[in-house]
Design a protein around this ligand. Structure first.
Ligand code: NI
Length: 256
């Protein structure tokens, strides 16, 4: 039985304060073999690294999320660079653009923070974990500006046409709980067409629990439902999807 690789879960989040240690310790016996916890600012990046130090099956990514980047100053790249040298840091993330919330930092500022972190990923030879919400064209443009950087568009919500561009550039797409929601028509199309070697599964825990757990606190065990949905869409078995996505995750994030 293949073990699930959840390439995106925020176990540093306060929603896990009551049971974080027990929950993470129980993951391997519950079918989850690997987890990446991406930070959203310097503090959560440090917490992600601390969890990665504590649990052999947990890895970390470090970065400033577009929704959290208002306090970012260029000098903050130095702290990120130091954190990223930790052997269990496998990516720069969660970085990107979020034009959905009006209270987010201005677009140009988000783009600047995103570019600086893409440059850091290039410098360190690390992949990236990209958050793109209602910012598809600008996110793709910035990805193109860094042809030496690869990564995943996490919780992919763009068009099939954009996904084809990303696959051509060597990027991956991540599928989360929303793939199981009723309105997922476009994401289902992307999931059907995606090359097998470019698919990842992720929770974005504690958010985005899949059907039939929608509305509850999400954790990595729920990925059986995302794998089952992908299996249905692609004419495979859930077991094959779990094995395939784990292999893809190990390749992108260079985990032996
Ligand atoms: Ni996230």
């Amino acid at each position: 039985m293949a073990l699930i690789f959840d390439t995106h879960a925020h176990y540093d989040d306060e929603q896990f304060d009551a049971d974080r240690v027990e929950l993470l310790a129980s993951m391997p016996q519950n079918g989850v073999g690997l987890i990446i916890d991406p930070g959203c600012d310097e503090d959560t990046s440090r917490r992600a690294v601390a969890l990665a130090e504590r649990f052999p099956h947990v890895y970390a990514a470090v970065g400033w999320h577009p929704e959290n980047c208002a306090p970012f100053v260029p000098e903050d790249i130095g702290a990120l660079r130091e954190l990223a040298k930790h052997p269990k840091v496998v990516a720069i993330g969660e970085i990107g653009l979020d034009y959905y919330w009006a209270e987010n930092p201005p677009k140009e500022f988000q783009q600047d923070v995103f570019r600086r972190q893409m440059a850091l990923a290039e410098e360190l030879g690390l992949p990236v974990i990209v958050h793109d919400r209602d910012a598809h064209a600008d996110s793709l443009e910035i990805a193109r500006e860094f042809p030496n950087v690869r990564g995943v568009f996490h919780c992919y919500s763009g068009s099939v046409e954009m996904a084809r561009e990303l696959w051509k550039l060597g990027w991956y797409v991540g599928f989360d709980g929303p793939l199981t929601y009723k309105n997922a028509r476009r994401t289902v199309e992307v999931a059907a067409e995606a090359p097998a070697e470019r698919i990842l599964i992720e929770t974005d825990a504690p958010y985005l629990a899949p059907v039939p757990l929608r509305g509850t606190r999400n954790d990595s065990r729920s990925l059986v439902h995302v794998a089952a949905k992908l299996a249905e869409i692609r004419g495979a078995t859930a077991e094959e999807i779990v094995a395939l996505t784990a292999e893809n995750g190990r390749r992108l994030f260079r985990i032996p």
